[in-house]
Ligand binder design. Sequence first.
Ligand SMILES: Nc1nc2c(c(=O)[nH]1)N[C@H]1C(S)=C(S)[C@@H](COP(=O)(O)OP(=O)(O)OC[C@H]3O[C@@H](n4cnc5c(=O)[nH]c(N)nc54)[C@H](O)[C@@H]3O)O[C@H]1N2
Ligand SMILES: Nc1nc2c(c(=O)[nH]1)N[C@H]1C(S)=C(S)[C@@H](COP(=O)(O)OP(=O)(O)OC[C@H]3O[C@@H](n4cnc5c(=O)[nH]c(N)nc54)[C@H](O)[C@@H]3O)O[C@H]1N2
Ligand SMILES: [Mo]
Length: 779
Amino acid sequence: MSLQPVNPRYKPYKGPAAGWGALNAVTRFWLDSKQPFKNLRALLKTNQNGGFDCPGCAWGDSPEDGHIKFCENGAKAVNWEATKRRVDPAFFARYTVSQLREQSDYWLEYQGRLTHPMRYDASTDRYTKTTWAEAFALIARHLKALPSPDHAEFYTSGRASNEAAYLYQLFVRAYGTNNFPDCSNMCHEASGVALGQSVGIGKGSVTFNDFEHADAIFVLGQNPGTNHPRMLEPLREAVKRGAQVVCFNPLKERGLERFQHPQHALEMLTNGSEPLNTAFFRPALGGDMAAMRGIAKFLLQWEREAQAKGEAAVFDHAFIAEHTDGVEAYLKLLDDCSWEALQAQSGLSLQEIEQAARMYRRAERVIICWAMGITQHHHSVATIQEIVNLQLLRGNLGRPGAGLCPVRGHSNVQGDRTMGINDRPPVTLLDALEKRFQFKVPRENGHNTVEAINAMIDGQAKVFIGLGGNFAQATPDSPRTHKALQSCELTVQISTKLNRSHLTVGRDALILPCLGRTDIDLQASGPQAVTVEDSFSMIHASYGQLEPLSGSEMRSEPAIVAGIAKATLGNHPVDWGALIADYDRIRELIADTIPGFQDFNQRVAHPGGFYLGNSAGARQWKTASGKANFKANALLDDLLPPQVRESGETPDLILQTLRSHDQYNTTVYGLDDRYRGVRGQRDVLFANEADILRLGFKPGQKVDIRSLWNDGIERRVSSFTLLAFDIPAGQAAAYFPEANPLVPLESAGVGSSTPTSKFVAIRLQAASGGNLLGSSATS
Ligand SMILES: Nc1nc2c(c(=O)[nH]1)N[C@H]1C(S)=C(S)[C@@H](COP(=O)(O)OP(=O)(O)OC[C@H]3O[C@@H](n4cnc5c(=O)[nH]c(N)nc54)[C@H](O)[C@@H]3O)O[C@H]1N2
Ligand SMILES: Nc1nc2c(c(=O)[nH]1)N[C@H]1C(S)=C(S)[C@@H](COP(=O)(O)OP(=O)(O)OC[C@H]3O[C@@H](n4cnc5c(=O)[nH]c(N)nc54)[C@H](O)[C@@H]3O)O[C@H]1N2
Ligand SMILES: [Mo]
């Protein structure tokens, strides 16, 4: 039924994840980029000592293993960056900005690499060539004209290297503000906040090697087959040695179902594949907190039974007594919540919760991994703290094979935060900066992403600078965000590729073309390395390999930041130019001010890099209580936020926004989503066939989608094709960023301010423009 093709462009994918299909896709991307051999060579150095760090995801590799690690989607990321196509002054002469705005996100990025600094001319509605000196002077002029440094917003996307990020935060704080909206605010912010409160450090506690020792790996709200393909190998190895992989995902994501590794030639020949998951639970959107609480409630019941019978304990009492705080209040909460409420909210039956609990209990060592399906909800912080609570009950933290693993997104998003890209900076960081650089550091919290947009809407923020990323498309409530950017006096984008943020211009606007991970970064002292931090807190060096497309017209991110800083502040508080001549000097400053980086230059020279350490992983608790905290958060009465109920309308469906297989965030590589069987289109709405019929539509029909909130603002996208899909009743899914206009800016996580991209209440109506796709649409 629901997995039947509903139109010619939608065919369910039958093959395993990765394997031959993946290699075909990679080959196609190589050939498309017009320099296959060069790219292949570049690729083979990825993540090896002496090569560059993969600009794809933040998954780490085994530090001991010298093997070349790559995956299909890493290959796409490399290839996309290493193209020979150029978006140069001649390109910009051909189009007005208004004309470019008519193009799709896919088309814009596909045009190639940005090669020259460009300045927007409002009188002709075109970008024209400018010089670096003029660009820096323009930025300095705007920044100095602001009534307060807090009227500027300094965005960071998670590809920026440690060196670039460190210089950026130093410049911005010396300029006088903590306004650091960053992609993390839309991503793993809830993980950082929740883990900081629970265990005293906002990062994952496990390392790569822990995956070799776990008896069970729970994977919640994550689609590694597409977004972290290199994670599939340790999962597969775990299954091979008899460990369990337990998935919680409303969608039966292909990569989690079956897996075949492209580098295992024999298995490719037989087309065999290992069954990967050992259990697959399909919760309601936002239902994971209730599911985890249900597992904990079973453990409590079994603990009491064991005590009564004098059998071995279920809880790790020694760990709880020595290392934790707050267990009584938490256990009371478990007693107080009803099985009915847990079932209703989790979307799972009591039998399913019990099965998950049995799998959890059977395992001596458990790792719990999670990503955006957990972090982009109203109650994400509470949900992640519930994950921690569960792990604490059995001491699954700070011992081999057990722990917490928020799987990060952007390849250096974790490192950027370590370097001080933080709108709520810890006092220790500010003190260290003040001491080392002898200037008065701003102490007030700055703006996160949602606050930055609101400040622009309110006319408070007037200058926007983006160190990478695509702010216009990655943020929620797109039409409002676009207007916010357009209300600025100056918008600056430091970028590798053309995207919609360059076309969402303030009165003045600049495009500053930068080098990417793959490019050789030549400075006065020779080619430079930069460093990054992966999800396991491993720091390693990255050396670009490819000749930049337009010589010195493209600059490195550190050089661009230093150029802006020098024009704005002169040689205060450092000699910016001297730092750029040799990045070792930047790393010396990092060593002086950021904990864990002493002897940075020497240690990063070590093959595979070095481990930053993790206090929670070492059972040191940097919390106020000095212990790991059980957090007794109440379960939400209703997953539907009050603002939706106040809209006076009942939602037809709850929508999550997610990534296709052919995209990297707002970068669209192609229009297919192989594992979900979609071809050649992105404006689709996945829904359950019964829901489609119940709502009076037919599969293949086009609909307009409206979202519900209590502020009277109309949020709508048009002409999305309904795809009947294997998705739980009441749920829907659509791709990010196409669906972003539906996410209200005000709908953000408690304590994290992360837009609730995985929980949007929607209503459907027949598309104003037309109906069925064609006669074969429902065949
Ligand atoms: N190729 C590629 N790699 C990437 C990226 C990319 O776009 N392309 N993006 C990078 C970035 S920045 C990030 S943050 C990561 C993102 O990695 P993911 O978090 O895997 O990305 P999403 O596509 O948002 O997928 C979310 C998954 O959570 C599930 N889900 C949604 N809501 C819920 C829920 O309430 N409960 C549960 N249990 N599951 C739910 C969805 O069905 C989906 O499988 O990937 C990184 N790597
Ligand atoms: N609805 C919805 N919205 C979401 C999400 C979702 O799941 N649903 N996910 C959120 C998440 S997890 C994230 S992380 C954000 C992502 O938000 P961003 O990080 O802002 O977006 P990206 O699409 O990764 O940025 C792509 C652009 O970065 C530039 N770029 C690429 N490489 C480099 C480089 O090396 N240096 C520089 N300077 N620029 C470079 C290119 O110009 C490219 O166009 O989106 C968030 N938005
Ligand atoms: Mo992300």
